[in-house]
Ligand binder design. Structure first.
Ligand code: SF4
Length: 205
């Protein structure tokens, strides 16, 4: 068990902006550090100026943020599986939180979570390391850029038997093209749904 975790930020109350729980109240725990460097990454996970906190301190701060008692913490990063362990899982469960984690799917889970979203980005680690097939994914969320096609989705359907599947257009300078591609993919493969980054559209953190 770790004595401390490198935390980029915690915030809330707010709304989950993406995927199956979009629009639902929650608080956020964002770890520092990631094992990838995706060119269109939109999150700040720099270790510099991040904070080291114990599991008890994290749970205490999240409880203080969750003023309306959503009981849900979105655990993200960076890549959260790099630091996630039984000590923090137990502290958050004891504080009454359900843990919804979003991972890039490259690293094993050292402790269980209540909801696991895999958002694979193999175009940014091909040849270096592989996606982890054994992860217990509840949801797959594919950020759609030029590298994603129908074959990509078929591969993910075979790799992870997740009940919820989403295609989400990359919100970079070519958003309109990625949105058109995501709509086309969701139309062609009906087990996939379109996810939009609601928090960016409605302007909440
Ligand atoms: S895996 Fe996520 S957090 Fe890490 S670099 Fe890629 S988009 Fe950013």
């Amino acid at each position: 068990m770790r004595e401390s975790y490198l935390i980029r930020e915690m915030f809330g109350p707010t709304l989950q902006g993406e995927g199956a729980h979009a629009g639902s109240a929650c608080v956020f725990l964002r770890f520092a550090a990631c094992n990838l460097a995706c060119s269109w990454c939109d999150t700040d996970f720099a270790a510099e100026s991040s904070t080291k906190l114990s599991a008890a301190e994290i749970a205490e701060r999240l409880l203080a943020l969750d003023i309306h008692r959503s009981g849900v913490v979105i655990v993200t990063g960076g890549e959260p599986t790099l630091q996630w362990d039984a000590g923090l899982a137990t502290a958050l469960a004891d504080a009454g939180f359900r843990v919804h984690m979003e991972s890039n799917g490259t690293h094993a889970l050292a402790a269980p979570v209540d909801w696991l979203t895999i958002s694979p980005k193999p175009q940014f680690h091909a040849g270096r390391f592989a996606l982890a097939s054994a992860l217990p994914a509840n949801e797959i969320k594919v950020v759609v850029d030029d590298t994603v096609n129908e074959g990509t989705l078929v591969d993910y359907e075979k790799r992870w038997h997740a009940a919820q599947r989403f295609v989400q257009p990359c919100m970079d300078a070519r958003y309109a093209e990625h949105l058109a591609r995501a709509i086309d993919l969701a139309t062609r493969r009906p087990s996939w749904r379109l996810s939009l980054q609601l928090h960016k559209i409605i302007g909440v953190q």
